[in-house]
Design a protein around this ligand. Structure first.
Ligand code: DAH
Length: 339
C-alpha cells in the first residue's frame, strides 16, 4: 500500500509540474486529492488491513499524502506568480487617463440673481455694502422714520429676539449704517437675507432683498426713475417698460411702487401678471429728511433716493417660477435648470 501511495505521489508530482495553468492544476488536485480521488480510494484499503498493521501503514501513507499536498501548494504558488507576472506585462493601467466627469453643480438661482443685479448696477457706480441680520429696533425701525406704535410696523410681521432686537425685516437698515460710516456721495447696493413671520406660495419667512441707496446733492425722482428703468431693461430685456405708482413708505417721501411690464407675456396679460400686464418688483422713493438726519447727515445739504427689490420675486418673474418655496427645497431637478 505504501508503494502504491508513492507511485501515486510520483505520478501526481510529475503531472503538477507539467500543468500549465492554475485551472488545470485544480483539476489534478481533484483527481489525486479529491474526496473521490486516487488517494481517497487507496485509503479505503486501510480497512482491510489487520489491526496490528493499520496504524503504521496509515501513518506512512499519511506522510505521503502530506507530501502530495505540499507539492500541490508549491506548484500553485509558482503558477500564481507566473500568471500575475504575465498579467502585469500584458495588461497595463494608464493612470494619466482622465477619470469620468463628476456631475457639476451650479450656483443657487438666488445667488445668481443677486450677482446679476449687482453686476448691472455696478456698471453705473454702485458698490456693495452689507449689514447685520440681527438689528436693534432703532436701526430696523426708528432711524427709518418708523416710530414705536407707527401703523407701518404692522406692515411687517417682525420676529423679535428681545425688547430691543429683531431679525431685520428688510435691508433698509443698511442705509443707516452706510450713511453713518461714509461721506456722500454714496451709491450702494445691499443684497441679503431678511425675515418675516409669513409663509405661503409667494411669501417665505426668510427671503432676500436688495436695497439701493444714493445720497448726494440735488437728487430727484427723475434720477431714481432713470436708474430703475436702466436696470429693468438690463435685467429683463430692452422691451420691458417701467411704471411708478404712488405709494407710501415711512422712510421715503415721495414714495413709489415700481412695476415693470410683464416679461413673460410682454405686457399682454398672463397668469404670472394676474392678467394685468404689469408686475410689481419693489418699492422706492426719495429718502425722507428724517432718515438722513437720524443717520447724522445734514438733510438740508443732502438728498437721495432709495429702492428695495425682492430677489425671489425678480427670479420668479424672469424665469416664470410660481412657488417661492422651490428655492429652499434643495431639489437638484429644480436648481440644475439654472446652470
Ligand atoms: N423696505 C421696504 C420693504 O421691505 C422696501 C423698500 C421700499 C425699500 C421703498 C426702499 C424704499 O429702499 O425706498 O417693504
Amino acid at each position: 500500500m505504501q508503494k502504491k501511495a508513492k507511485l501515486i505521489l510520483t505520478e501526481a508530482k510529475e503531472a503538477f509540474e507539467k500543468s500549465p495553468t492554475t485551472k488545470l492544476l485544480y483539476d489534478l488536485k481533484v483527481k489525486y486529492l479529491g474526496k473521490q480521488g486516487l488517494f481517497s480510494e487507496l485509503m479505503k484499503g486501510l480497512g482491510k488491513l489487520s489491526k496490528e498493521d493499520r496504524p503504521q501503514v496509515g501513518k506512512e501513507v499519511n506522510i505521503v499524502k502530506n507530501e502530495l499536498e505540499s507539492a500541490y501548494q508549491v506548484r500553485l504558488q509558482q503558477l500564481d506568480d507566473l500568471e500575475m507576472n504575465k498579467k502585469l506585462q500584458t495588461e497595463h493601467l494608464d493612470l494619466t487617463l482622465p477619470g469620468p466627469d463628476a456631475p457639476r453643480g451650479n450656483q443657487h438661482p438666488l445667488t445668481q440673481t443677486m450677482q446679476e443685479i449687482v453686476g448691472i448696477l455696478s456698471k453705473i457706480g454702485f458698490t456693495v455694502r452689507t449689514g447685520p441680520l440681527i438689528e436693534t429696533d432703532w436701526y430696523n425701525f426708528e432711524a427709518l422714520n418708523i416710530p414705536k406704535d407707527h401703523p407701518a410696523r404692522d406692515m411687517q410681521d417682525t420676529f423679535y429676539i428681545d425688547d430691543t432686537h429683531v431679525l431685520r425685516t428688510h435691508t433698509s437698515p443698511v442705509q443707516i449704517h452706510t450713511m453713518q460710516d461714509e461721506k456722500p456721495p454714496i451709491r450702494i447696493l445691499s443684497p441679503g437675507s431678511v425675515f418675516r413671520c409669513d409663509a405661503d406660495v409667494t411669501h417665505s419667512p426668510n427671503f432676500y432683498q436688495i436695497e439701493g441707496l444714493l445720497i448726494d446733492k440735488d437728487v430727484s425722482m427723475a434720477h431714481l426713475k432713470g436708474t430703475i428703468s436702466f436696470f429693468v431693461k438690463q435685467y429683463f430685456g430692452t422691451k420691458i417698460k417701467t411704471r411708478f405708482r404712488p405709494s407710501f413708505f415711512p422712510f421715503t417721501e415721495p414714495s413709489a411702487e415700481v412695476d415693470c411690464s410683464c416679461p413673460q407675456c410682454n405686457g399682454k396679460g398672463c397668469r404670472i401678471c394676474s392678467h394685468t400686464g404689469w408686475i410689481e418688483i419693489g418699492g422706492s422713493g426719495l429718502v425722507h429728511p428724517n432718515v438722513i438726519k437720524s443717520a447724522g447727515l445734514d438733510s438740508d445739504e443732502f438728498t437721495g433716493y432709495a429702492f428695495g427689490f425682492g430677489v425671489e420675486r425678480m427670479a420668479m418673474i424672469k424665469y416664470g417660477v410660481d412657488d417661492i418655496r422651490l428655492f429652499n427645497e434643495n431639489d437638484v431637478r429644480f436648481l440644475g435648470q439654472f446652470n
